[in-house]
Write a protein that binds this ligand. Structure first.
Ligand SMILES: Nc1ncnc2c1ncn2[C@@H]1O[C@H](COP(=O)(O)OP(=O)(O)OP(=O)(O)O)[C@@H](O)[C@H]1O
Ligand SMILES: [Mg+2]
Length: 155
C-alpha cells in the first residue's frame, strides 16, 4: 500500500489540494475523512464541494442532519457525518447509503460507524493537528483497492 502525506499551512491551502484531488473522483466512490474533533474534516469536504461547483451555497456540517446531498453538475456528493451513530449499520442504510453508493460520491466523517458497510475499495483521508501550529494540518491519503492506482495520478 502506498500513501501520500501532505502538510498544509492553513485552511486556504485546502483549495489547492481540492483542485488536485477532485479530478480523481467518480460516481460510486467512498472517501473516508477521519481525525479528531475540529481537525478539519468538514472544512475539507466544504472546499471540495465548492471546488467542484463554486456556485454551491452554504455547506453546513451534517452534525445533526447526518447527511447532506449536493447534486452538482458533474457529480452528486453525499456528505455524511456519522459521529452521532453508534455502530449501527441499519441507521446508515436508512440515511440512503445504497443510493449514495449507486448515484454519488460518499464523503464520510467518522467512518468507523460504517462497520461492515465500509467498502474494500476506498480512499481514506486522515487529518492530524500539527504541534505548535494552530492552522497547519498533516493530511494522509491511504488508498485501498482501485484507489491505489488512481491516487498515483494525483498531480
Ligand atoms: N489548515 C486547516 N484545515 C482545516 N481547518 C482548519 C485549518 N486551520 C484552521 N482550521 C479551522 O479548524 C476548524 C475545523 O473544523 P471542522 O468542522 O472542519 O472539523 P471537523 O474535523 O469536521 O470536526 P468534527 O469532528 O466536529 O466534525 C475550523 O474552524 C477551521 O476554520
Ligand atoms: Mg465535521
Amino acid at each position: 500500500m502506498t500513501y501520500k502525506t501532505l502538510l498544509i499551512d492553513n485552511e486556504n491551502a485546502l483549495k489547492t489540494l481540492a483542485a488536485r484531488f477532485t479530478p480523481l473522483l467518480k460516481t460510486g466512490d467512498v472517501v473516508t475523512l477521519s481525525g479528531s474533533l475540529g481537525v478539519g474534516k468538514t472544512a475539507f469536504a466544504r472546499t471540495l464541494i465548492h471546488t467542484l461547483s463554486p456556485a454551491t451555497g452554504e455547506v453546513p456540517s451534517p452534525t445533526f442532519t447526518l447527511v447532506q446531498v449536493y447534486d452538482l453538475p458533474e457529480l452528486s456528493i453525499w456528505h455524511f457525518d456519522l459521529y452521532r451513530l453508534e455502530k449501527k449499520e441499519m441507521d446508515v442504510l436508512e440515511l440512503g447509503w445504497d443510493e449514495a453508493r449507486r448515484s454519488g460520491v460518499s464523503l464520510v466523517e467518522w467512518p468507523d460507524r460504517l462497520g461492515n458497510l465500509l467498502p474494500k475499495d476506498r480512499l481514506e483521508i486522515k487529518f492530524d493537528f500539527v504541534e505548535d501550529s494552530e492552522n497547519s494540518r498533516q493530511i494522509t491519503f491511504t488508498p485501498f483497492g482501485t484507489w491505489c492506482e488512481r491516487l498515483e495520478k494525483m498531480k
